[in-house]
Design a protein around this ligand. Structure first.
Ligand code: TXA
Ligand code: MG
Length: 319
């Protein structure tokens, strides 16, 4: 990656363009957070049927002051420990943040990504960047530049290629506007590490709130779905297989041959970190094979396993 490409991308952003860029979690589809017209283009390109608030990406903690009306001490503690990194904080918004970014909510979601290209891009743009994951609505998030080009092609002005994303699942979203810190989406920072620092975090049970008003509005059940029907295999090893079925599982040696057309292994060493990094590529790979169905095994529900299971459950919710 040449610096020149980043300058060029930043110039597009300053002029109201949209740019796909790598972060440590997944690729983002960015626009200048203070340019509502540019942000509107992000929704247009993604084909989102409704406006869902976006995460605003900053390159320095000082930029919180432009985005928020108040920074709770807990936010600074979390920022100090986990930024740059895959943690998004939901904070009281500043008036000047465009409504399209926050979907009219009194809050704004902010994170400082741990990726040199993302950080440099924000700095050169001179403005925070509002960015959802760079996928079409409801589809699997991209973890390589090629995934972005496959889905969005010429709809975006620039795709910055930073190779494969290290973490592979989206950021953990934590709300600090609720009476007690609340987990809105499990992600790249394990909940256990957050609780070690700040104590108990509320975790709404899946499906909490009205179905049409989820806590993180974009966390609809059917998000992250491949086109091929995906079912959870509960308990692992249970379901008989009919037709051409692919299996997505943590570790292949735990699987007896049960007639699967293909088995996609997330981590030979059963590392949840490696599994998270491989999750979306594995889903894409299976989705391209024209299978009758994909079966997926849940992984242990701790650390990054929470984020993996969350995405698998959503992918299996056929709305
Ligand atoms: O890792 C990530 O977070 C990636 C990279 C690109 O940073 N971004 C990402 O963005 O996953 P997106 O738009 O796919 O998911 C953002 C989620 C949505 O579910 C949205 O509803 C929620 O964050 N969100 C954004 N602002 C919010 C707010 N003010 N209150 C509650 N939830 C919010
Ligand atoms: Mg997304």
């Amino acid at each position: 990656m040449f610096l020149g490409e980043i300058y060029w991308a930043a110039q597009h952003l300053r002029q109201g363009g949209v740019v796909a860029f790598p972060t440590e979690t997944v690729y983002g589809l960015g626009a200048d957070a203070f340019n509502p017209m540019a942000v509107a283009r992000v929704f247009e390109v993604k084909g989102r049927p409704h406006f869902d608030p976006l995460i605003v990406h900053i390159e320095h903690v000082d930029q919180l002051a432009r985005l928020t009306s108040r920074v709770p001490p807990l936010a600074l503690l979390l920022a100090e420990r986990f930024w740059p990194g895959p943690l998004t904080l939901v904070l009281p918004r500043a008036e000047r943040v465009p409504d399209l970014v926050t979907a009219g909510l009194p809050t704004v979601a902010v994170r400082l990504p741990d990726h040199p290209i993302a950080l440099r891009l924000i700095r050169e743009t001179g403005s925070p960047i509002a960015a959802p994951s760079a996928n079409l609505f409801g589809q699997v998030s991209p973890v390589t530049a090629e995934h972005v080009r496959d889905q969005l092609g010429r709809l975006v002005d620039v795709v910055l290629d930073g190779g494969a994303c290290r973490v592979g699942v989206e950021s953990t979203i934590l709300s600090l506007v609720t009476r007690q810190p609340t987990l809105l989406r499990p992600g790249g920072v394990p909940l256990e590490e957050i609780e070690k620092l700040i104590g108990p975090v509320l975790r709404p049970t899946p499906g909490a709130g009205a179905p049409n008003r989820p806590l993180a509005p974009g966390c609809l059940p059917s998000h992250y779905a491949p086109r091929t029907r995906l079912w959870l295999r509960e308990p692992p090893g249970a379901s008989p297989v009919q037709g051409r079925v692919g299996l997505l599982t943590l570790q292949q040696n735990l699987v007896r041959d049960q007639g699967f057309a293909v088995v996609e292994e997330l981590s030979p060493s059963a590392s949840l970190r490696e599994a998270a990094a491989n999750l979306y590529s594995a889903l894409r790979k299976l989705d391209k094979l024209g299978l009758d169905a994909i079966l997926a095994d849940l992984v242990p529900e701790h650390g990054l396993g929470r984020a993996i299971n969350d995405r698998l459950r959503r992918a299996s919710a056929h709305l």
